[in-house]
Design a protein around this ligand. Structure first.
Ligand SMILES: [Zn+2]
Length: 308
């Protein structure tokens, strides 16, 4: 996930890549990147060395290419973990998104992606359940804390253990994530082995009071819920990245580490105006949302609002 402020994120990306691999010139033509899930790439030393080998032909691509890892082609189940204190309208808005994004022309963009066997992603997402966490790990969550929240929800039986699941840790307005919420990202996705299964999960923060300019919680918003309205776009971003690059080794750009959601971050395409004056571009169920576009790869790769 990327911040709204492109210049800020470019500076951060440079700093991160430099720190991660001092001595390698950033973005020279012979450097290969892989995703971090947080919206910036890190240098893929193994592939960079392959590229530098005389026998290797160029493997660095601006477009997304399949790097061989798994893709979530099967029907997917979405689980929400409500962390902290939530209001019912915000919960209803985000639940409605998860209930209706599957089968939509928007999510159908992901069906242009396939795994190494040529099996395409199915346009099927089910909202399969939720649980709450009142805030047992405090208001400043490390990446490890966020994994613990997911792990506890599964091992306690509050949510099922599901390799076709995507678990979203949705934090309230007063909770932050210490690895860079508001300064380096608005959300991210990753995977971990939990209970012997490859569990895909994501973090999405509520930026309404913490960083509306960085993470898009602007007013008016389609449902007069600036925090949740903006989280809807970021949930969609992380959902499509989890689908096409669940373990960080499938579909991404080797020249940047960008995944499909990153390619169209903060790019909404054509919008309409709701009665309250807010821009929107998608309707799920009967509710309006402003959702970033996604990267379609059927023919010429590009951002799209729907497929076909
Ligand atoms: Zn992303």
């Amino acid at each position: 996930m990327k911040l709204k402020r492109t210049l800020a994120v470019m500076a951060i990306a440079c700093a991160y890549a430099g720190a991660a691999m001092a001595g390698v010139v950033r973005d020279d033509e012979g450097t290969v990147y892989k995703p971090t899930g947080k919206g910036w790439g890190q240098i893929d030393l193994e592939k960079t060395q392959e590229l530098h080998g005389a026998s290797m032909k160029a493997r660095r691509s601006t477009n997304l290419t399949l790097q061989g890892g798994p893709v979530m082609t099967a029907p997917k189940n979405v689980y929400y973990i409500w962390y902290g204190t939530w209001d019912s309208p915000s919960q209803a808005l985000l639940t409605n998104l998860a209930q209706h994004i599957g089968g939509s022309p928007y999510f159908n963009i992901n069906t242009t992606y396939y795994n190494s066997a040529g099996t395409h992603v199915q346009n099927s997402v089910t909202y399969a359940g939720s649980t709450t966490n009142s805030g047992t790990l405090g208001k400043s969550l490390s990446d490890a804390n966020i994994e613990t929240i997911v792990s506890n929800a599964i091992t306690s039986g509050a949510l099922p253990s599901d390799a076709n699941g995507i678990y979203f840790v949705l934090t309230d307005k007063s909770t932050t994530a210490t690895s860079g919420f508001c300064t380096q990202y608005c959300g991210w996705h990753t995977n971990a082995s939990i209970g012997g299964k490859d569990i895909k999960y994501a973090f999405i923060g509520d930026a309404e009071t913490q960083c509306p300019s960085a993470c898009g919680a602007t007013s008016p918003s389609p449902n007069n819920l600036p925090g949740a309205d903006s989280m809807a776009s970021i949930i969609s971003h992380e959902m499509e990245e989890s689908t096409t690059d669940p373990d960080g080794n499938a579909w991404y750009s080797t020249s940047s580490g960008n995944e499909n959601g990153d390619m169209c971050a903060w790019n909404f395409g054509t919008t309409s105006t709701a009665s309250n004056g807010a821009a929107y571009n998608q309707t799920f169920g009967t509710t309006k949302y402003l959702i970033q576009q996604n990267w379609e790869i059927a023919t010429t790769q590009h951002c799209a609002q729907h497929y076909p």
